[in-house]
Write a protein that binds this ligand. Sequence first.
Ligand code: FAD
Length: 467
Amino acid sequence: STAIVWFRRDLRLADHAALTAAVKDYDRIVPLYIDAPEEEGEWSPGAAARWWLHHSLGALDGALGRFHGRLHIGRGASLEVLRDVVAATGASAVYWSRLYEPEALRRDAAIERALTADGVDVAVHRGSLWREPWEVMTRQDQPYKVFTPFWRSLRAQLDDAAPLPVPPSLRCAMVADGLSVDELSLLPGVDWTGGFSEWTPGEAGAADMLEVFGDDAVSAYTEARDLPARHGTSRLSPHLHWGEITPRQVAAGLRAQVAGSRRHVDIEPYLRQLGWREFGHHLLYHFPKTPTENFNPRFDGFHWKDCDAAILRRWQQGRTGIPIVDAGMRELWATGWMHNRVRMLVASLLTKNLRQHWSHGARWFWDTLVDADLANNSLGWQWVAGSGADEAPYFRIFNPVTQSEKFDPDGAYIRRWVPELADVPASRIHAPWEDPAILRRTGYPVPLVDLKSSREDALAAYRRTRA
Ligand code: FAD
């Protein structure tokens, strides 16, 4: 008997409930990936994410090779491809891991109905979350809108059960006429991804990344996680997004690693951060319009400035004249990733000082982040803009200069990403415009906006909205 395992954003073999169940129930499985970006509507993967996907599919194919299998790759409407593979292999069931984006939920429900009507069994399993979004609810059975009680409730539900192993007796059925990963043309036409080489997409790359983090950085996470010049965070976000590793595996891996340490290491602050990812998915599931609409409707009346293409371009290119912001935007372009503290600063400048709608920033991140994730990105942008759930209050506007002095005190991060400022002394590097000679000498631009007056304008606009 044969079952199809339809891989989507669960590109791993370990801790894979759908795969484990399929292997248990059937003699052979057909590992399948379907390229159908249009089914994700306006949120099909952006350019950086497609780069990641290309390599991750290659890694999964390689991992299946150890079981004498191959990843079968199809293209076109998912339902049609699934039906073709059912017909070609005689498969009597399709297994998959759940996704939580609104378009994917709609598509998957329709496919489940159609396959069931065809007489094919469908088994849908937990995806890459600790808990399903409907499993963590308030006492009144309502979704949470505030993080801390959400986390308290989720944390109480977490146990230390070991993640599922790679199924030891994985037997793959072969299917003719699949596509190669190259044929999907996921890589960009004009290659700007030279700086992505520090990433190793795939399950093995995720495990390595976790080990490096667990070896050292997790013990200093609380102090170092806000310092962008340090490798103080796990950098697991793209691996988590693509389901190459699960939160359960991350927690179990860290627990095992710190158990061997001579000093006590508290991994709770790190687990709590993973809780934000669960919160983002919880919100997206229960409030599916958050990628495009203000979570807080008061912001529907907020006076954003008209979209200014020139301003947006300078922000995107890291030429705002505010070093910490430019460093972040250039890190994003070069590596497909940006440090969380700096994500907050670049988003704050765009939505508050420049008063551009948060959706313009969210779109740019969508196309340039290797970890672009509809739940986390929507949460992040709305949080900074002040329009989100459990948001940063609008009137608390980040000052990028004081933030830069605090979190990049010697300017190491700025020097790395804004090399024209490399030899500017630390006392000047956070606000080089205060010494015009530096701008003349380095060619670094004057700030796009006056931080003080734009802050006051933003606050005034906010007060008008409330009135
Ligand atoms: P770590 O500090 O090691 O955290 C571990 C994991 O916890 C992360 O990999 C991530 O999965 C999760 N996590 C941590 N912080 C957050 C958070 N604030 N919200 C949700 N999950 C979190 N994260 C994405 O994965 N995809 C996005 O598209 C995304 N867009 C963002 C946009 C903005 C404007 C902001 C402010 C934040 C955004 N984030 C996004 C959240 C956060 O910046 C990244 O998850 C984090 O920087 C990833 O680095 P890390 O894996 O080293 O994090």
